[in-house]
Design a protein. Structure first.
Lengths: 110, 113
């Protein structure tokens, strides 16, 4: 079992939809959780960072972590065509190394 | 510079040749990481630098792969005797510390023919 599993998608939604992206992790030592967005032929870009259970909101984006079930989610409200990208979840523990999910390709159709 | 800079952006090489990939991290970022991204495989950790030392090289796939960092800044990833399975996007990232997450470069797309 990989340490971070991510729904592979691809996911296609109409503009304005609420998008839910999900990951699970198996390593109990993971303490912090991130979501990255990656546009085609670009490097991943940090979207959200959290290290506690609960919700963290930033504009249209909400990151949710449930450490008891080892579940990580990213919600995108009022999705826009510009949100079309690959979304990567990542987790890390007491060291420096991040473990990434394989990514979910999201397409938001106008 | 303002971001992590990687060069070249694209590299096509013949099987058996050596290649060097360069990463110029954000000024002041002491930690530097190399990852590899293959289609359908996600990001695979290769090596981590803290300053000029590499406390974790565990992700390097074989002894054909090596990396160095000089002056606590620029890093070079070298692949000797390239094979077709080395074809991937090689991503470099840097961070000031863990709590700020990584900043990635745009990567080097390596194609071995």
């Amino acid at each position: 079992q990989k340490e971070v599993e991510q729904d592979p998608g691809p996911l296609s939604v109409p503009e304005g939809a609420i998008v839910s992206l999900n990951c699970t992790y198996s390593n109990s030592a993971f303490q912090y959780f991130m979501w990255y967005r990656q546009y085609s032929r670009k490097g991943p870009e940090l979207l959200m960072y959290t290290y506690s259970s609960g919700n963290k909101e930033d504009g249209r984006f909400t990151a949710q972590v449930d450490k008891s079930s080892k579940y990580i989610s990213l919600f995108i409200r009022d999705s826009q065509p510009s949100d079309s990208a690959t979304y990567l979840c990542a987790s890390g523990g007491s060291n420096y190394k991040l473990t990434f999910g394989k990514g979910t390709l999201l397409t938001v159709n106008p | 510079g303002a971001g992590v800079s990687q060069s070249p952006s694209n590299k096509v090489t013949e099987k058996g040749k050596d290649v060097e990939l360069r990463c110029d991290p954000i000024s002041g970022h002491t930690a530097l990481y190399w990852y590899r991204q293959s289609l359908g495989q996600g990001l695979e950790f290769l090596i981590y630098f803290q300053g000029n030392s590499a406390p974790d090289k565990s992700g390097l796939p074989s002894d054909r792969f090596s990396a160095e960092r000089t002056g606590g800044s620029v890093s070079t990833l070298t692949i000797q005797r390239t094979q077709q399975e080395d074809s991937a996007v090689y991503l470099c990232a840097s961070s000031r510390d863990r709590d700020n997450g990584y900043t990635f470069g745009s990567g080097t797309r390596l194609t071995v023919v």
